[in-house]
Structures are given as C-alpha cells and as structure tokens.
Ligand binder design. Structure first.
Ligand code: GN1
Ligand code: MG
Length: 347
C-alpha cells in the first residue's frame, strides 16, 4: 500500500496533499503529513517498528490513555500533549497488507526540538520539561503495559549480553576486547543499583524511558518547553531511569555518535542546570533515596547505552539503524567517553 492509501485509513479532519519523510529515527519511520491550505504539517504518520515493539496495540493504548490524562490537566491540550488520531474504524493503529503497523498523531505547530543543549537555560528548561511530565502522570494510577520487558533492567541486559558474546554472530568479539572490558569492569556496580530498585528502595512510577533531549518539544517563537513526545516506551519504573537518560544527552558536549572523542565530555554546567530545573518542580515529591541517586542515574543509563550499542555491533547491527558499517562501534566509544567523564565529575 502507498502512504497515501495508508493515511486515508485514518479519521482526519483535513485533506492531505503531501507526505514527507522526517528525520531519521533509530527505530520507527516518521512522516510529516501536509494538508491543503496550510504550510505547516498537520499530522505525523509513523510506521511503528513491530520487531522492536512486538505489541503495537498495547503500546498505542498506553499512549492514548496517558495522553488523554495529560490533556485534561494542561491549558493547551493541542500543544502540551500528544493527540492520537484513530482510524475510521476507531482503532488506534492500522495494520497494512504487509503486516506493518501505522499510527497517526497531531503535529504540534510552531514547535522545535534540539539535539544538544548549548545553554544552561535550555538545560534548565529541559529539566523542568521532564519534571512537568512526571508531575502530570503522577496521579495516573492505571497500570502501564510494559512494552519492552526489562528495558532498563541491567540484570536482563546482562543476560542478553552474555548470550550475544556467546553467539558472536558477526565474528566481531575478538576485535572489541577492550570495549568488552569496559562493560565487565562495571557489572557489579550496575547490578547493585538495579538491586536497590528490585528491593523496592525507589518508588515505581509512570516513566517515559526515552528522555533524550530530542524527545522534548519547545516553542519555536519564545523557546518555552511544550511537552514530551515519543511515548512508545512508557512503563511503570523508577523515574531515575528517565533522569539518567536525559542527563546522558543534555550534558553531552558532543554528539551521541561523535567520531571526535575530544568533543565529548559531561558539562557540569548543563548538569547543574538540568537537575536544578528538574528539582524546582519535582523536588518535593522525590524521596531522599531518589535524590541521592540522581548523579548515579546518569552513569547507569549511559553505561546501559554503551552496552546496548556494543551488543548491537557484536550482533551484526540488528537493532539500531546504522549509517555506516562501524556506526555502532563509534556510538559505543562516544558514549563510553561520556561515561568516564561523568564518573570523573560525579563520583
Ligand atoms: C532509541 O526511539 P529513539 O530512536 O529515540 C532507543 C532508546 C535509545 C536511543 C538512543 C525503543 O530511541 O532506548 O536510548 O535510541 N529506543 C528503543 O539514541 O530502543
Ligand atoms: Mg523512542
């Protein structure tokens, strides 16, 4: 089916005139839908990766329910939360003739995203943005279906990791011995953090789980923060995973996949601004234990990302889309550089 035929399945108010590819997600494919009589896109069409997300119906159900919950509480529900557009039959997704899953939401007008925080003001606003999301969902009591079991569970990641090393599917294990050592030398430290979560030492909350800077929208005109997007991986977990993942991108002075490691450091200035912004809204709701582990959360998620990129390299690049053959290895090294910078400054 063509994208035109696919978009026609959805209950749109306006008539589409053009569908354009947008950005390069690592996982899903995203398209902007332009409509007649309007320059800015009206809808976002996404092909959801059903290999990564085996239960697209449950995922869309989570997104729709949580977004409706948020919509009731914000002053501008068309810009401060996501709005899922159902199909003409009232379903939250469409499965095409090849078995691929598609979903549509409203495009948030006059908005922009960033790949990197280059001012403390932006980092502070980012912290406020995540805290606002956490506040808005803090009274959402329905269980959120875990879309990827064990997503930030390092115990589970180690099982995948051990299996991947054993399989050595692409024959690359011999070439990445040093990098494997980075993972192994921190195994017990990372497990110790997860054990605290397993023992109930951090409360279980509604979390986003993909809080990198580009997943937050800002107003194009005055720069104020609008909302969290990409709600694919929401689940019930500790919010430290969200804070940690955000710190991983907001504090990085380089790119996530920077080939020039001299550009990659953790900026202490961005760190302080981000955490300051976050705590200005969520501070009073966090437990002392959660607050204490904020610095470690950045290292935990950055470490997990080193592991995931390296594991995908070892597996032969099966999970993340890559732009060149060594891309996952370059990502691994850049994230590891960030991890060591965090360790130096936060431990
Ligand atoms: C993926 O959805 P996207 O492309 O923003 C990944 C995240 C990683 C991120 C690394 C479902 O995010 O967990 O942190 O890439 N999402 C999934 O940039 O695996
Ligand atoms: Mg995502």
């Amino acid at each position: 089916m063509t994208k035109e035929e696919i978009i026609a399945q959805f209950a749109l108010d306006k008539k589409p005139r053009e569908i354009r590819q947008m950005g390069e997600g690592f996982i899903n494919d995203t398209f902007l839908v332009l409509v007649e009589g309007q320059d800015e896109p009206e809808y976002l069409l996404q092909r959801k990766n059903h290999i990564v997300f085996p239960n697209v119906p449950a995922m869309m159900d989570n997104i729709d329910k949580v977004s409706r919950h948020i919509a009731k509480k914000v002053s501008d529900p068309l810009r401060e939360c996501m709005n899922v557009i159902p199909t003409r039959d009232g379903a939250l997704y469409f499965k095409d003739d090849q078995g691929l899953y598609w979903a549509v939401c409203l495009f948030i007008k006059n908005s922009t995203t960033f790949d990197r925080a280059d001012s403390p003001e932006l980092a502070r606003m980012g912290g406020e943005g995540l805290a606002t999301f956490h506040r808005l969902v803090s009274d959402y009591t329905e269980p959120v279906t875990a879309i990827i079991e064990g997503f930030h569970n390092i115990r589970w990641r180690f099982q995948q990791w051990d299996e991947s090393l054993r399989r050595d599917a692409a024959g690359r294990v011999k070439d990445v011995q040093e990098e494997i050592g980075w993972i192994e030398s921190r195994r017990s430290e990372m497990l110790a953090f997860w054990e605290k979560y397993e023992k109930g030492e951090f409360p279980v909350r509604v979390t986003h789980n993909d809080t990198k800077i580009s997943n937050f929208l800002f107003d194009k005109t005055d720069g104020h923060q609008l909302c969290a997007i990409d709600l694919d991986t929401m689940m019930n977990l500790t919010l430290l995973c969200d804070i940690g993942d955000a710190l991983r991108s907001y504090t990085n002075t380089g790119a996530e996949d920077d080939p020039d490691l001299s550009k990659v450091e953790m900026s202490r200035e961005m760190y302080d601004a981000y955490v300051g912004g976050y705590l200005s809204i969520m501070g009073e709701y966090l437990t002392p234990e959660e607050k204490k582990y904020i610095p470690f959360s950045g290292m935990y998620i950055t470490y997990e990302q080193v592991l995931r990129f390296l594991m995908d390299y070892i597996d032969g690049d099966k999970y993340y889309k890559i732009k060149y053959p060594e891309h996952n290895l370059v990502r691994t090294r850049a994230q590891y550089k960030l991890l060591t910078s965090m360790e130096r400054q936060l431990k």
